[in-house]
Design a protein around this ligand. Structure first.
Ligand code: FES
Ligand code: FE
Length: 442
């Protein structure tokens, strides 16, 4: 077995994974530049912004950023780090600001990032401070897809819609199901958990295999209101170019097994009929989408009306940002029921959330052992199997539920990016990435 640094696969058939990708601190620093600084990263939803100066704080890779609505309705993404000593100029999760004033020495920045004022400027700097050179750094590209705001540090990356590619066919079911659109309910949940971010992203991309074991106790607890309704035997995993993937089942009335009231169940049935008129039956009433990941770190739970981002916080830690994204056409009682359903299952204290996070924590920890690190992991489920012909309209490569095709696609894309050093990395050795930021933000 040859363990090749920077390449996820430990074999030529791409069915085994080198465990060091989950624990090696050098690889971790490299992937922040090679993967995160070269991808479109999801930051927020447009429904979180209403007027100029509205902002939302988040991360791009490990960099803190602020998404700010501008006077013309566009968005700027500012690096949340003062140019004087690096202090965060905004320490709130969200709100409205006329300017961002650093609490340390009082440098103030406009909502477009330009340097507005410096306390005691003449006494401190004379005429020597060029404001135009000392504004906050801004992401060079910010684009939206149907309400989803993305940004990137890579000025050369293809347009967002091209980056998403065939994944938009699937994404539209969550973000564009009817003419009234969708919006974020309440705010954004944020919490930290132990585990490497890739284990979470790859599970959401392609792992339905874990559900029966990991979530067994939750299944049992929910049995009284599931009415015996189980997912059908027939399902799929679908992977598209770019490392994106999702999975689901042939159609079944999943909303009748969640303990919803008759009013909610009736609304859901009518909603999916409306969605079928807009998007066609293949992806609405003939199939139920469950989980997905848009490479690298945006994950979706279609049947829970939910988006989340896995922000890396070291090789063994991540910060989750989690949105409940509900159809605007849903009446208040339905919105409340869907929100509670999401919170019960996938908030920080949600039953299914806790089930999953335990697995990522302990897997990351054991992958970092002296002996375990030498043994590759098995990612061969479904390798060599012919395509699943049960969902002929679906773009991409489609396999059955029992497949790791999407995980292999995720790590294929990860490996492609990791194979090319980022220009801001040091040119020699394996020291942490501390090179000139000019190459990133130019
Ligand atoms: Fe911001 Fe000094 S660190 S003003
Ligand atoms: Fe799970």
């Amino acid at each position: 077995m040859s363990l090749q640094r920077g390449r996820a696969f430990a074999d030529d058939d791409e069915t085994q994974i080198d465990r060091s990708i989950f624990s090696d601190p050098v690889l971790y620093r490299q992937e922040i530049g090679r993967v995160f600084a070269r991808s479109w990263l999801f930051l927020a939803h447009e429904s979180q912004f209403h007027k100029p100066g509205d902002f939302h704080s988040t991360y791009m890779g490990t960099d803190p950023v602020i998404v700010v609505r501008q006077k013309d309705g566009s968005y700027k993404v500012l690096l949340n780090s003062c140019r004087h000593r690096g202090m965060r100029v905004c320490r709130y999760d969200s709100g409205n600001a006329k300017a961002f004033t650093c609490s340390y020495h009082g440098w103030a920045y406009a909502t477009d990032g330009s340097l507005l004022s410096v306390p005691d400027e003449t006494a401190a700097y004379g005429e020597g401070l060029d404001h135009s050179a000392w504004g906050l750094a801004t992401a060079p590209r910010v684009e939206t897809y149907k309400g989803l705001i993305f940004a990137t540090w890579d000025p050369e990356i293809p347009p967002l819609v091209e980056y998403l590619g065939d994944f938009t066919y699937y994404l539209d079911v969550l973000v564009d199901p009817d003419e009234e659109g969708c919006s974020v309910a309440t705010g954004v949940h944020r919490w930290r958990m132990q585990g490497n971010w890739k284990l979470a992203a790859e599970q959401f991309a392609g792992d339905m295999y874990h559900a029966a074991s990991t979530h067994l106790s939750a299944f049992i607890a929910e049995a009284p209101h599931s009415k015996g309704i189980r997912p059908p035997e027939r399902g799929f995993q679908a992977g598209v170019d770019g490392g994106h993937g999702l999975g689901g089942y042939a159609a079944y009335p999943y909303w009748q097994s969640q303990g919803f009231s008759p009013e909610v169940e009736d609304w859901m049935g009518a909603f999916w009929e409306r969605a079928a008129q807009r998007l066609g039956r293949a992806r609405t009433t003939d199939a139920v989408f469950i989980h997905g990941t848009c490479f690298p770190n945006l994950s979706l739970l279609f049947n829970r009306w939910h988006l989340r981002v896995w922000h890396p916080k070291g090789p063994d830690s991540m910060e989750v940002h989690s949105w409940s994204l509900l159809p605007n056409s849903a009446p208040p009682a339905v919105r409340r029921a869907l929100l509670l359903d999401y919170q019960r299952h996938f908030s920080a204290s949600g039953t299914w959330e806790q089930d999953d996070s335990e697995q990522w924590n302990y897997s990351t920890n054991s992958n970092d052992g002296f002996i375990t690190a030498k043994l590759p992991l098995h990612y061969g489920m479904g390798a060599g199997r012919g395509p699943n012909k049960g969902f002929p309209e679906f773009p991409g490569t489609v396999d059955t539920v029992y497949s790791e095709i999407n995980q292999r696609g995720f790590y294929r894309r990860w490996s492609e990016l990791m194979a090319v050093p980022h220009p801001a990395e040091p040119t020699t050795g394996e020291a942490p990435v501390t090179g000139s930021a000019k190459a990133v933000i130019a």
